[in-house]
Write a protein that binds this ligand. Structure first.
Ligand code: NAD
Ligand code: TDX
Length: 353
């Protein structure tokens, strides 16, 4: 039987991508889901072992920067929809080595746009190029205010500048060539399968191993945290119900100062590991700040909530607890990552701090 839809998910072996792939493969057995991923340091097919045997799932090792490979992929599968998550995603890496961010996030996105344009030509009925982006494109907020879909772009790091460029290219292809595009910009995600270079899994891993927890600057920076499955549910909704040409902001309405978040995490970890209360907090060390560190991100997601009826589910403490449980009971997953390139990266990143 022909599939109802053939959907390309790029970056499906990464953190958010793996949750999106799992959701689509299990919830929509009539769809054929193709996960195209280069498997960089951040791509890990172990994230998908539970669904890799499903008949409606296929993996294609693909570098989106390789124009020919992208064009071959589109020719082979003739996608109806694209959910584009593949990216270099870590701000600190973009500061030490920006080039890869330009290649993957900008050139890679343009390669996908060109391939979609050439596949769909004038017949765009039922087709969608859905680009997954970040709230960081809006820059940094002061103590008050929220990012809305109308906030002017003001990216401050090579990562956010590369994501902003890709957003502009997606919009330009929509406007100029009539490509059916949608963009969503999401706040900080947390949850299972996040690569332990990002704040929450890094802190969980360090607390577990009695290593210091590096807090940048004074720990005063604020992020709006969203559970990864809530992001996946928003992506599902927007993919199916979103209006072509629109942008949707996705956020948890859940702002935390880094230092307060780390202290909450320390409390949860003390309890889970049967340690004396207060012992993990002693691991906190204040290190040199990230250059150009954005002070605050916070999203107004009322458009998505009011127009499409989306709402995030777990309370932060419950989501954090679920996340800690996952990392503690998947120590093999974590160990395998940490024994590889990550350790070298870690030393490089923190030795001077
Ligand atoms: P991640 O780093 O965990 O995963 C990225 C995936 O992309 C990896 O599997 C990697 O192998 C793949 N990839 C990288 N370069 C590639 C290339 N050239 N060709 C093909 N595949 C390639 O990232 P994530 O945190 O899951 O983020 C996914 C997307 O969501 C990104 O576009 C990111 O900008 C966006 N986003 C992330 C967050 C967050 O908090 N993590 C928040 C908002 C938006
Ligand atoms: O060791 C650390 N110590 C620390 O204080 C790390 C890794 C981070 N931090 C701070 C920097 C940020 O203020 O914690 C905050 C969160 O840092 P990250 O986890 O690196 O996330 P952030 O820079 O906010 O970006 C994330 O959210 C938006 C994702 O990595 C992006 O891909 C996404 O677009």
């Amino acid at each position: 039987m022909a599939p109802e839809k053939t959907i390309l998910v790029t970056g499906g072996a990464g953190f958010i991508g793996s949750h999106v792939v799992r959701r689509f493969v299990t919830k929509y057995p009539g769809y054929r889901i193709i996960n195209a991923d280069k498997l960089t340091y951040a791509g890990n097919l172990e994230n998908l072992t539970d669904i890799e045997e499903k008949r409606n799932y296929l993996f294609e090792k693909t570098d989106i920067v390789n124009k020919q490979a992208v064009s071959d992929l589109f020719f082979k599968y003739r996608f109806d929809g694209i959910i584009h998550l593949a990216a270099e995603s870590h701000v600190d890496r973009s500061i030490t080595a920006p080039d890869e961010f330009v290649h993957t996030n900008i050139v890679g996105t343009v390669n996908l746009l060109n391939a979609a344009l050439s596949l769909w030509k004038e017949d765009t009925e039922g087709k969608l190029f859905y680009h997954i982006s970040t709230d960081e494109v809006y820059g940094s907020l002061g103590r008050v205010g929220l990012f809305t879909e109308e906030t002017a772009y003001d990216p401050k790091s090579p990562y956010s500048a590369s994501k902003a460029s890709s957003d502009h290219m997606v919009r330009a292809y929509g406007h100029t060539f009539g490509l059916p595009v949608i963009i969503s910009n999401c706040s900080n995600n947390y949850g299972p399968n996040q690569f332990p270079e990002k704040l929450i899994p890094l802190a969980i891993n360090n607390i577990k191993n009695n290593r210091s927890i590096p807090v940048y600057g004074k720990g005063e920076n604020i992020r709006d945290w969203l559970y990864v499955e809530d992001h996946a549910s928003a992506i599902d909704l927007i993919f199916h119900k979103g209006k072509i040409g629109e942008t949707y902001n996705i956020g948890g309405n859940n702002e935390w100062k880094n230092i307060d978040l780390i202290k909450l995490l320390c409390k949860i970890m003390d309890r889970k590991l049967g340690r004396q209360e207060g012992s993990s907090e002693k691991l906190i060390i204040y290190v040199k700040d990230r250059p150009g560190h954005d002070l605050r991100y916070a999203i107004d997601s009322s458009k998505l909530q009011n127009e499409l009826g989306w709402a995030p589910i777990p309370e932060f403490a419950a989501g954090l607890e679920k996340t800690v449980d996952w990392y503690l009971s998947n120590s093999k997953w974590l160990e395998r990552i940490i024994s590889g390139d990550y350790e070298k990266y870690y030393d490089r990143m923190y030795s001077g701090r």
